[in-house]
Design a protein around this ligand. Sequence first.
Ligand SMILES: [Zn+2]
Length: 311
Amino acid sequence: MRRALLILWLVLVAGLIYGIAARRTVVLDLLSLADPPALLDVEALDQGVKWWDDYYTLEWLDERTIAIGEPRFVQRNFAYLILGDSRAVLFDTGPGVRSSLDRLVADVTALPVVAAPSHLHYDHIGNLARFGEVALMDVAGVREQLTDGVLVPEPGQFLGYVEGYESPHLRPTEWWAPGQVIDLGGRRLRVLHTPGHTPESISLLDEERGWLFAGDFLYPGPLFAFVPGSSLDDYRSGVRNVLDAIPDGVRSVGGHGKQIDTRAPILRRRDLLDLDSVLEEIEDGIVDGRGLFPRVYDVNSSIEIWTDPLE
Ligand SMILES: [Zn+2]
């Protein structure tokens, strides 16, 4: 009997140690056990948003900036088509639920297009391999992962197992480093390193037109800072990078939308200042969060940040 109790105790301790060590993936592992999410029904689109087919939506944010929405996907992804005079950038390519994104892009513009992801999570690089021109971020050792011209994101970088996606084989044709200016002809985008959600996350700044394309670094809703590779220290430096770079009045558009809204999710400099304050308060231990793992902190009325309390 005593021996059985000892074994039970050892199993519990081992389970606890494993649970703590693997805490960042356990939540995702549990999610991967469920069936992939079904497509949502969308009753009506908000003003200014129109269907391209029965899955993708288009919204012209200005005459050269188009938000491509996926309101039927449970994570409500947004990609952005950024047009210059001689070239266009497609920033993010969604999860790849539908394979028609390249046709959509060709339908909207005749310009040559380079597709570039904000980071390497599965819901931002589905369909990326369908584009002939692909730019990847030259940060956080991503370029060193290249083998014979091909990059296959690591499982912890990609997280596709959560919904049954396999890592794509990416063939980058360009590398974009922080500070680099991408000239689209009559339109310039500056690459900003915005780590925190993942080490390799980048954002694109169009200073002239006043847009920041922020991927998963900033959007209304829960910001995920508890997944593999996330870091609150990194988040703070990412926020600083952006605050140093953006003028007042810049509108930041993110990678995921709100549940009640099919328009592109727009945030402002004020939201970045709020995020900076909360990150400082978390670091100083002077703000209370909710829950054990992830621990959730309110940033303001539209943003939360979900963190790893043992980081
Ligand atoms: Zn992500």
